[in-house]
Write a protein that binds this ligand. Structure first.
Ligand code: PGA
Length: 256
């Protein structure tokens, strides 16, 4: 079932003490709690070392915690990696896979990302699978081909059922951390294409998030788009007031 989801990707920011402060501010600001009560799913994705403190702080609030990555194997000799099993065991319920920064820096491929999504699902986590085109691909006019290829390869590696139970985040690489968000029309065009590709394989009801320079200023307009179910937020999720406004926009509440 399509649900409204706002996920905050803290990336490599916040030590446990800072995570405690930020998560507390998000809880104290009633916007997040009200949004959860009105059916919005809110997920915080801190760095690994700040997961536990965040999980403890959010306990009983209805807010969720997610990892930013997981390995595709359940355990083993993979120095420096983290398994989906471990994330689930400490209380995570989501995990981001295939973020463009990992595709770029760790050479992650769609097939590997599909395997990670499969492993995450087997561990009881909901994968947030990231896809999106680069600036060059957009300028060359091949955005939809790129998106279709990413979806097909991920479905091939993960299986249709895993994708049916996942969340997909469309994050145009050129919009991430640049302050240059896609316009609602650009985002809706790709979201509608993704929706159709998923429906074609029988994956209905998948929540589609937009990511890339979402702020308290542009969130409400993006959320009016028919196929946008929420957002994966980077920079603006590090300031509790901005994040609360984005959450409020998702639940149709006015920001405080
Ligand atoms: P941004 O990051 O909101 O800072 O652009 C989004 C993301 O990388 O998920």
């Amino acid at each position: 079932m399509r649900t409204r989801i706002i996920a905050g990707n803290w990336k490599m920011n916040s030590n446990p003490g800072q995570a405690k402060v930020l998560a507390s501010e998000i809880v104290v600001d009633c916007a997040a709690i009200r949004a959860v009560e009105s059916g919005v799913t809110v997920v915080l994705c801190p760095p690994y070392t700040s997961l536990e403190v965040t999980i403890n702080l959010l306990s009983g609030t209805g807010l969720h915690v997610g990892g930013q990555n997981c390995h595709h194997e359940p355990q083993g000799a993979y120095t420096g990696e983290i398994s989906a099993e471990v994330l689930a065991a400490i209380g995570c319920s989501y995990v981001i896979v295939g973020h463009s920064e990992r595709r770029r820096d760790q050479n992650e491929t769609d097939s590997l990302i599909g395997k990670k999504a499969e492993r995450a699902t087997a561990s009881g986590l909901t994968p947030i699978i990231c896809i999106g085109e680069t600036l060059q691909e957009r300028q060359e006019g091949v955005t939809m081909e790129v998106i279709q290829r990413q979806i097909s390869e991920i479905v091939k590696a993960a299986g249709r059922d895993v994708v049916c139970g996942s969340v997909i985040a469309y994050e145009p690489v050129w919009a991430i951390g640049t302050g240059l968000a896609a316009t609602p029309e650009q985002a809706q065009e790709v979201h509608s294409f993704i929706r159709k590709s998923l429906v074609d394989i029988g994956a209905v009801g998948v929540s589609l998030l937009y990511g890339g320079s979402v702020t308290e200023t542009n969130a409400a307009e993006l959320f009016t788009c028919q196929d946008i179910d929420g957002a994966l937020v980077g920079g603006a999720s590090l300031r509790s007031s901005s994040f609360a406004s984005i959450i409020s926009a998702a639940s149709g509440q006015s920001a405080r």
